[in-house]
Design a protein around this ligand. Sequence first.
Ligand SMILES: C[S@@+](CC[C@H](N)C(=O)[O-])C[C@H]1O[C@@H](n2cnc3c(N)ncnc32)[C@H](O)[C@@H]1O
Length: 249
Amino acid sequence: MRFDIVTIFPGYFASPFGESLLWKAIDSGVLEIHLTDLRDFSTDPHRKVDDEPYGGGPGMVMAAPPVFAAVDALRREPDAPAPHVALLSPQGRRFDAAFARELAGRPRVSLVCGRYEGLDERTREAGLFDEEISLGDFVLSGGEAAALAIVEAVSRFLPGVVGDAGSVAADSFEDGLLDYPHYTRPQTFAGLSVPDALLSGHHEKIRRWRRDRQLAATALRRPDLLRTARLTDAERRRAEELARTGDPE
Ligand SMILES: C[S@@+](CC[C@H](N)C(=O)[O-])C[C@H]1O[C@@H](n2cnc3c(N)ncnc32)[C@H](O)[C@@H]1O
């Protein structure tokens, strides 16, 4: 899968794309990242891409012409799949695991990072973007951190990126529930022991304990998720009981 990132700070991505799972995904060719420096599309002698807002007020606005030119260049690139072009924006569709999985099914996604007060509204009015993506109800100083989070979350769904596919399947949100708790050595720490079920060596017992702890974590921390989680009738009853009475464990 290919991501394009349009940004005025291409250097921002050097370290995260050069480390760990993302680096391995890029090195193995599963993931391709193309960085576009928006300033390359400025016609200003000083490579300026922002200007003062009409009507006055605080801050600067990203001018429309360089953004149009950069997106146009991505769309016209020969021998590449047509990009799905998304603007990163606090006003966009809220990003989540299902959204990440959806993007992972696309061959090419282009992420446009805003800065300052955001982009000249005519980029929207002209329908330049296929959609807008928000990381959540808060305001970042730029779209770069959002782009990075999206690339990382999406790439976990690409085959071969996470060594053990089972670990993605067991992640929080995969079946609508939060993840179960994890423990490693030492067996006792700070007076706290690893739960007996995990030491039993009994696969079915471990599976049942983990499922129950997923229900408990979700019922206590994110009961809103239970509405759409895929549960058996018995699991739903158990989750509702946990939400009502709290967790005795
Ligand atoms: C300082 S913000 C602009 C905020 C804008 N004035 C507003 O209040 O809606 C600059 C850029 O950061 C990015 N950004 C900020 N918050 C974001 C969020 N929650 N999700 C995705 N991108 C975000 C967008 O690209 C935005 O254009």
